[in-house]
Design a protein around this ligand. Structure first.
Ligand SMILES: *Cc1c(COP(=O)(O)O)cnc(C)c1O
Length: 569
């Protein structure tokens, strides 16, 4: 028996939850993620490994990664392949399974990566791979690029993930007590399960469906991640028929996934007993989007040790031992000595300032506050809101100087997102004489940690109610960095004004212009004066972010909730 065969066998003895996600951020430089969804998946599995929730994850290998971002002086983004070699840190699975896609037989192999945070066990992650010599060249490319290609490529990836994933788990002998769909991309797994649990023809009365819907529902959990309607995959039935030859009879599929087009979210909703959104506000919005479904709320969290900078980890190790395993203990952070908190922050800030220098040539001043903003560059995140009124921004900086650091990738086909990056660069040139500002290319987990820990204020300005949760502000909280954000996503729950950070505007949808005024007002009247004029009060807010937000918005709490409310009940 090969080495890889032995290593999956160690995981097939106890019954597990299978966690399906199109992207998983396993490590910063394994390019199998594009943003918040993948980081959330990685943080969920890291927490499961820490606290011993038995899981097995399924995703695709993406040997070509997502993309590496290059930005020229004018802010134009070009994308490069981000190839990685899975043999570097994963072992080949001994099993291959066959699917029919576009009328061809497609063999699916894969890799075993073990997410391990402690000595006993870890969470096995199966990275499915169609790049096998037996396959047609068209099919070898299916698992190459994360979110690459067009609709048909996307649907093929989703067939491999959902249907191939179920087949692979079975071929490897995994015992499963449930299936968690992290976003609708993997919803084809429900059709594979319906087929598996179908009643035999001879047992059926005339007109009776062979499919045991309640049985499948009982096994499935679905987490929806976005209220952006266009982000929910919908496929034309012509394409479904052409690509997914093995699909159940179309009548049944249409009942479950929509009459006009196959809607992956509908399919997942109709075949899951437990459905949730990723923050309380997002669950409310999802209930309005999908009337008739009970949508629970499990607010996201981030993984404690992954998102705490070394200076703060050292401080917590010394003052709050056990915080990694029980981040709730950070509720005691109010007792940390002020000087120690400020020193840890100064250290993290120096690391960011060094990175800014190395990556952009810009020199930041450690004695002045840094406003940080980084996330996927896409219209609803409004990275340009801060620049709505350059004269006002300049005036603010004239009174109390600050510096700005930004980062983020735009999806290769998101033209609006790319234009935003160009606009930010134009603003940067215009403000050159007045406000030090840097845009750092190629945002990834490592850069995220530098930025959320080294900034003084973490900024978030999405268009309500489109930010389902957002997680970078939670990462900032672990590093004593307060957030200044519009009240959307997790911030509706996390913001205690002046205690954990600050709100931009009221808790109601307002026009872009009003949010910009509210942002400038809050910077001018509250945030910058506090930073400059009352350091002890500033440090109290830093500690409030840790004790009230990091202690709660962590993935240990989130995973315990999934385990008790979704997996075991
Ligand atoms: C945390 C993270 C995100 C998500 O940030 P949001 O605030 O939720 O938009 C995206 N990309 C990377 C690399 C991250 O680490």
């Amino acid at each position: 028996m090969s080495e890889a065969a032995a290593s999956t066998e160690a995981y097939t003895r106890k019954s597990r939850i299978a966690y399906f996600s199109m992207e998983i951020a396993l490590e910063s430089d394994i390019p199998t993620y594009s943003g918040g969804l993948g980081v959330l998946a990685g943080d969920s599995l890291r927490a499961a490994a820490d606290i011993g929730v038995p899981m097995v994850a399924v995703s695709l290998v993406f040997r070509g990664g997502h993309f590496r971002q290059e930005i020229d002086a004018l802010g134009r983004q070009t994308e490069h392949d981000d190839d990685w070699d899975p043999a570097r840190c994963a072992t080949r699975l001994h099993a291959t399974v066959a699917l029919e896609i576009e009328g061809r037989l497609v063999w699916v192999g894969g890799w075993l990566y073990v997410l391990s945070t402690r000595l006993d066990g870890g969470v096995p992650v199966l990275l499915l791979d169609t790049d096998l010599p037996v396959n047609d060249p068209r099919d070898r490319a299916i698992t190459h690029t994360l979110y690459g290609g067009g609709e048909a490529d996307r649907m093929k990836q989703e067939i491999v993930l959902g249907v191939g994933g179920i087949a692979m788990l079975q071929a490897l002998g995994f015992k499963l007590m449930g299936y968690h769909m992290n976003e609708g991309h993997s919803a084809f797994l429900t059709l594979a399960l319906l087929r598996r649990f179908a009643h035999a023809r001879e047992d059926l009365r005339p007109g009776e469906s062979p499919y045991d819907l309640p049985q499948v529902r009982e096994l499935c959990v679905f987490t929806t991640h976005t209220p952006v309607e266009a982000a929910h995959d919908k496929f034309d039935y012509d394409m479904v028929r052409r690509l997914y030859g093995d699909v159940l009879d179309l009548g049944t599929v249409k009942l479950l996934a929509g009459e006009d087009r196959l809607n992956m979210t509908r399919l997942a909703l109709n075949l899951s007993d437990y459905v949730n959104g990723v923050a309380k506000r997002h669950a409310e919005v999802s209930r309005q989007m999908f009337p008739g479904y009970a949508v629970h709320a499990v607010t996201n969290g981030v993984h404690a040790s992954t998102w705490t900078s070394l200076p703060f980890a050292a401080l917590y190790d010394q003052q709050i031992p056990g915080w990694c395993h029980e981040p709730e203990l950070l509720a005691r952070a109010d007792r940390l000595p002020d000087e120690a908190v400020w020193a840890a922050h100064a250290h993290a800030k120096r690391m960011l300032i060094d990175a800014v220098r190395a990556r952009s040539g810009k020199r930041f001043d450690p004695e002045r506050p840094i406003l940080g903003f980084a996330r996927r560059m896409t219209a609803y995140k409004r990275p340009d809101l801060l620049f709505s009124d350059l004269a006002r921004l300049r005036a603010l900086a004239g009174e109390r100087p600050f510096q700005i650091v930004m980062a983020g990738k735009a999806h290769p086909r998101d033209e609006a997102g790319k234009r935003l990056i160009e606009m930010l660069h134009a603003h940067m040139r215009e403000l050159e004489a007045d406000i030090p500002m840097a845009f750092l290319p190629d945002y990834d987990m490592a850069l995220a940690l530098l930025m959320v820990s080294g900034s003084d204020v973490w900024l978030n300005t999405p268009l309500r109610p489109l930010e389902a949760s957002g997680t970078s502000g939670m990462k900032a909280a672990f590093n004593g960095v307060p957030q200044l954000s519009v009240l959307d996503g997790w911030w509706v729950e996390g913001c205690i004004e002046g205690i954990t950070g600050w709100a931009i505007g009221e808790d109601s949808p307002t026009a872009n212009g009003e949010d910009a005024h509210a942002l400038y007002d809050k910077l001018e009247q509250v945030v910058l004066p506090l930073w400059y004029d009352n350091r002890p009060a500033w440090i109290a807010v830093m500690k409030g972010a840790i004790s009230k937000n990091a202690a709660y918005f962590n993935s240990h709490r989130m995973m315990r909730r999934y385990a008790t409310e979704a997996y075991l009940s």
